[in-house]
Design a protein around this ligand. Structure first.
Ligand code: ATP
Ligand code: MG
Length: 223
C-alpha cells in the first residue's frame, strides 16, 4: 500500500488510555521497549497486561495516546510488515484440526521440516511429538482435548521460535510448565534474546528474572 518496509528498532506505548467498552482498562500508560531488551509486565489478574500486548500487536486501535513501533505510529505500518516484526504467544494456544506439523507451519509457511523440529526442540516439545505414533503427522483432531495445558503452551512457543520475529510478545509463556520444561524454555529464550526484543508477562519469579526492567500494572495504571 505504498508504505515503506520498516525494520524493528524498539516499541513504545505513549500515554495510552484504552477501553473495550465504557470501562477504562488502561489509563495514561507509558511503556518503553528498547531494542534488544527484555521488558517484564506484572500485575493482578484483569489489570490489563494482555490488553497491553494486544495493543502492541494492533489487535485494537487506541484513540488516546500512541503505540509506536520503530518510532512509527503502529497504524502507519502495513499489516504484513507488522506481522513479520512480531510474534505473540497468547495465554491460550489455538490449534486447528490439522496435523501437528501444519499447526506449527502457520508460523512460517515455507519452513523446512528441520526448521520445525529445531523450533520444537527449543520449545521442549520435540520429544513429546516424537512419542506420538505418527509424530509430526499426528492429527490434532485425534488428540482432541487430550493435550495438556503445558503441551499446548509449548506448541505455541514452538510457533514463536519458528516465526523468528525480532519482537517477541510472551503472555504467561511458562504458566503451565513444570520447572524442568520451564528451564529448557528459559535457556532457549536466553539464546534467542541475542538480537531480539522481548515483552514478557509472567507471574513466575523464576521467569521474570530474565527481565531487564519490570513494569507493574495496577488499576489500569503503570507504577
Ligand atoms: P490475567 O492475568 O488474568 O490474564 P490481564 O492482566 O491479562 O489478566 P486483560 O486480559 O488485559 O487482563 O483484561 C483486562 C480487563 O479487560 C479485564 O477486566 C477484562 O475482563 C477486560 N477485557 C479483556 N478483553 C476484553 C474484550 N475483548 N472485551 C471487553 N472486555 C475485555
Ligand atoms: Mg492476561
Amino acid at each position: 500500500t505504498g508504505k515503506p518496509e520498516i525494520t524493528f528498532a524498539g516499541a513504545a506505548a505513549e500515554q495510552v488510555t484504552f477501553s473495550y467498552g465504557t470501562e477504562i482498562i488502561l489509563s495514561n500508560v507509558s511503556v518503553e521497549v528498547p531494542e534488544h531488551s527484555v521488558v517484564g509486565i506484572v500485575g493482578r489478574s484483569g489489570s490489563g497486561k494482555s490488553t497491553l500486548l494486544k495493543l502492541l500487536m494492533r489487535f485494537w486501535d487506541v484513540r488516546q495516546g500512541k503505540v509506536m513501533i520503530s518510532d512509527m505510529p503502529i497504524d502507519q505500518i502495513n499489516t504484513a510488515n507488522l506481522r513479520e516484526l512480531e510474534s505473540f504467544v497468547t495465554q491460550e494456544t489455538h490449534l486447528f484440526h490439522d496435523s501437528i506439523k501444519n499447526n506449527l507451519r502457520i508460523a512460517k509457511l515455507d519452513a523446512a521440516d528441520e526448521e520445525i523440529e529445531s523450533a520444537c526442540k527449543k520449545a521442549s516439545v520435540h520429544e513429546f511429538i516424537m512419542s506420538l505414533p505418527q509424530g509430526y503427522d499426528t492429527p490434532i483432531g485425534e488428540l482432541g482435548d487430550t493435550l495438556s495445558g503445558g503441551e499446548r503452551q509449548r506448541l505455541g512457543l514452538a510457533r514463536a521460535f519458528l516465526h523468528d520475529a525480532p519482537l517477541l510478545l510472551l503472555d504467561e509463556p511458562t504458566s503451565n510448565l513444570d520447572s524442568l520444561n520451564e528451564a529448557v524454555i528459559l535457556k532457549s529464550l536466553h539464546e534467542e534474546r541475542k538480537g531480539k526484543t522481548v515483552v514478557l508477562v509472567s507471574h513466575r519469579q523464576s521467569t521474570m528474572r530474565m527481565a531487564d526492567k519490570v513494569y507493574s500494572v495496577e488499576h489500569g495504571r503503570i507504577s
